[in-house]
Design a protein around this ligand. Structure first.
Ligand code: ADP
Ligand code: ADP
Length: 221
């Protein structure tokens, strides 16, 4: 489904990736682990077409994507990928349901349809009654579930999650992961989740470890 082939990327003098190779199968839930600063986020940003490698290749669904121009990569992210980050990054001026509807509106869905589709996620993610709240009025766990709904609402082929539970206590984090994995499996979404928490990685089908900018495979015990 998505693949990095011998990818290198440096920020100025700082090498972040040094020959990273990784294949993620369709429908797979993959955890990317490793120490802080090892290159996990950079790898995720390359797979998602946010960053372009210095050398190497990124392939998605049989197509090479690192050579596409910014406009084409941006369209690919909008149409095929969903994102969840550590700090929900909800738009504070919008209500929770408007935040979830955003990817649909950006894809050209009519407002009424988009809001109805967004609202249907609230019951699925234990967010009943919170549609009208603004992000400042949500708890951390609620905000992350709203961010998760936003990441999944457009039925992406791949969901990229970067420390999606990193700002939460472990019980709340497990609840978010439980819902993330359940919803992804239900709609067949491939998931790449960056985490440094073994409890979060335990939800994945497979885990890999990034060390000094390269990927090491690890088999789940
Ligand atoms: P991880 O996600 O494993 O913590 P990152 O991919 O964020 O690691 O970072 C890998 C290395 O690249 C680190 O040394 C980090 O400081 C550096 N780095 C990441 N992003 C940038 C950036 N935008 N500018 C400069 N250096 C960066
Ligand atoms: P993570 O470990 O999840 O990458 P960080 O706190 O390392 O989280 O990075 C947060 C953001 O800052 C990322 O977008 C990353 O690209 C950027 N970043 C990381 N390290 C540096 C750096 N040394 N200089 C500039 N930007 C950085």
């Amino acid at each position: 489904m998505i693949e990095a082939r011998d990818v290198t990327l440096s920020f100025g003098e700082t090498p972040a990736l040094r020959g990273a190779t990784l294949t993620v199968a369709e429908g797979e839930i993959l955890a990317v682990m490793g120490p802080s600063g090892s290159g996990k986020s950079t790898l995720l940003h390359c797979l998602a077409g946010i960053l372009v490698p210095d050398t190497g290749e990124i392939h998605f669904a049989g197509q090479r994507i690192d050579t596409l121009d910014e406009g084409a990569r941006s369209a690919l992210r909008r149409d095929r990928f969903g994102f969840v980050f550590q700090f929900g990054q909800l738009v504070p001026e919008l209500t929770a349901v408007e935040n979830v509807a955003l990817p649909l509106l950006l894809a050209g869905t009519r407002r009424r349809t988009a809001v109805a589709e967004a609202a249907s996620w609230f019951a699925r993610l234990d967010l009943d009654g919170l549609q009208g709240r603004r992000s400042g009025e949500l708890s951390g766990g609620q905000a992350q579930r709203v961010a998760l709904a936003r990441g999944l609402v457009a039925k992406p082929r791949v969901l990229f999650a970067d420390e999606p539970t990193g700002s939460l206590d472990s019980l709340t984090g497990e609840h978010v992961m439980d819902l993330l994995v359940g919803a992804a499996r239900e709609q067949g979404t491939t998931v790449v989740v960056v985490t440094h928490e073994a409890r979060v990685a335990a939800y994945a089908d497979r885990e890999v470890i990034v060390r000094d900018g390269t990927v090491t495979t690890a088999v789940l015990a």
